[in-house]
Design a protein around this ligand. Structure first.
Ligand SMILES: [Zn+2]
Length: 156
């Protein structure tokens, strides 16, 4: 049996947003989201790590092309999200709060959609300023998207 390995790469990007759930009172929003509930928009510096897992191809010695993975992560995620206001620029967040959890789910779904071998996607790890981190691996149900899977907004 061929050996199995994980292969990952990282990109950083900056977004702006604020968090407000229509299902909560103003007091509850502040309690749940803390400083992120302030309607004055603020920014976060995120690092996304995309982890693939698969058999190491014996002829080329890789799980997949690292340059393809880097390029896909840059074009599909980092370049699309960098310096965007998640709540206004990205369709997905018009119906779900732009929390770090939902952003990780969004990135997972975007990578799955764009990878030529999506079964290799193992995990995404989204870190906020090296303090908070979410790991998502596709478990559970899908978050309902508003409209198409496209990362860019209709207003671009
Ligand atoms: Zn925030």
């Amino acid at each position: 049996m061929a050996p199995i390995a994980t292969l990952s790469c990282k990109e950083s990007f900056t977004i702006s947003h604020y968090l407000n759930s229509p299902h909560l009172s103003n007091t509850a929003n502040k309690k749940v989201y803390g400083e992120c509930a302030n309607p004055a928009v603020h920014s976060h510096q995120y690092t996304i790590e995309v982890i693939t897992r698969g058999t190491v191809d014996t002829s080329i010695g890789t799980v997949m092309s690292l340059s393809d993975l880097k390029s896909l992560l840059r074009t599909t995620v980092a370049n699309q999200l960098n310096r965007k206001n998640l709540d206004y620029d990205i369709n997905f967040f018009r119906t779900v709060p732009s929390t770090i959890e939902n952003l990780a789910i969004f990135i997972w779904q975007a990578m799955k959609q764009e990878m030529s071998e999506p079964e290799l996607l193992y995990e995404v790890k989204l870190t906020d300023n090296e303090e908070n981190c979410v790991i998502y691996n596709g478990s559970g149900g899908h978050v309902q998207r508003n409209g198409q899977m496209n990362l860019t907004s209709d207003t671009d």
